[in-house]
Design a protein around this ligand. Structure first.
Ligand code: ATR
Length: 277
């Protein structure tokens, strides 16, 4: 069987997803293609979706700005995607389009692969910086994995409050409060676009007060070494790079489409080389 897969979004000409899925096809010996279907944001989305349907794909990824817009065109929705209210992966099966969200689970997979000892420790105190779409995905994936102590700090605390679920015992904090109480946290995850090119000098908060054994993580991967991670590194703390989330959300999507989990060995380093040009 040959899989026809792809990606919709705008702009996506420089997306790394075709490269990643090409590696997965090779590693699994599965035959397939992964194509880019750029949908200009000025075009009619429903018209573009009609055209996409006629391509008889086995599945596709959805990226900015269509992760919410795609919901109206799906026949079924996976539980986690429903909680998040956004879809980044569609499985086309028996004439139906089924929506999933692999971003948060992909992030948690990347974290636990790099730091396997975290898996047995559900009491760890985790701080999410940011309360947007990315934060939401990671938040629900952490809960799903059994982590209960998750706090959220955001510029607007109202948004963080809306995200915080009753099942968790974390707090809502302002960014200032987070900065002052950083030493309480075992894992700090930066989920906003702050620090992304061309504003690589920007840092959402200062890490001066972090504790000795903390893991500092940033989902930004352009640049790979953000100012935020650079500060953690200069304090000799453990760091976790953003590009690994990209790899593992893709791994989970590939699994949904093909029922096969690709081997990830050395992919992290290979993608790092591409990103560093
Ligand atoms: P995404 O889907 O990438 O998460 P989003 O849903 O627009 O994007 O969310 C952006 C997040 O980044 C929000 O938490 C936002 O904070 P507010 O809710 O207060 O707007 C945060 N953010 C963006 N720019 C920021 C900045 N300069 N400083 C602090 N937080 C910022």
């Amino acid at each position: 069987m040959k899989y026809n897969l792809g990606l919709i979004g705008y702009p996506i000409k420089h997306s790394l997803s075709p490269w990643i899925h090409e590696q997965f096809f090779r590693r699994t010996n599965i035959e397939g293609t992964y194509s880019i279907f750029e949908i200009d944001s000025h075009r009619s989305f429903s018209e573009a979706i009609k055209q996409l349907k006629s391509k008889n794909l086995h599945g596709f990824n959805v990226t900015v700005p269509y992760k919410e817009k795609i919901l109206d065109y799906l026949d079924e929705l996976d539980g986690q995607a429903e909680q998040i209210g956004a879809v980044n992966t569609v499985l086309c099966k028996n004439g139906k389009w089924i929506g999933y969200n692999t971003d948060g689970t992909g992030y948690v997979r990347s974290l636990l692969t790099k730091f396997p000892s975290l898996e047995k420790n559900n009491n760890l105190k985790i701080l999410l910086l940011g309360a947007g779409g990315a934060s939401k995905g990671i938040y629900y994936a952490l809960i799903h994995k059994g982590f209960r102590n998750v706090s959220i700090a955001n510029r607007s605390t109202e948004k963080a409050q809306n995200l915080l679920d009753n099942q968790t015992i974390g707090n809502v904090l302002t960014l200032n409060e987070a900065e002052k109480t950083l030493s309480e946290f075992d894992i700090i995850i930066q989920t906003t676009s702050v620090g992304m090119k061309p504003h690589e000098e920007k840092k959402i908060i200062s890490l001066t007060n972090v504790n000795e054994n903390v893991i500092v993580s940033d989902i930004v991967y352009q640049p790979l070494m953000t100012a935020f991670l650079q500060e953690a590194k200069s304090l000799h703390r453990s760091i976790h790079f953003g590009h690994t989330m990209l790899l593992y959300q893709a791994q989970y999507a590939f699994e949904i489409w093909t029922n096969t989990r690709p081997e990830m060995e050395k992919l992290d380093e290979q993608l790092q080389i591409i990103l560093e040009g």
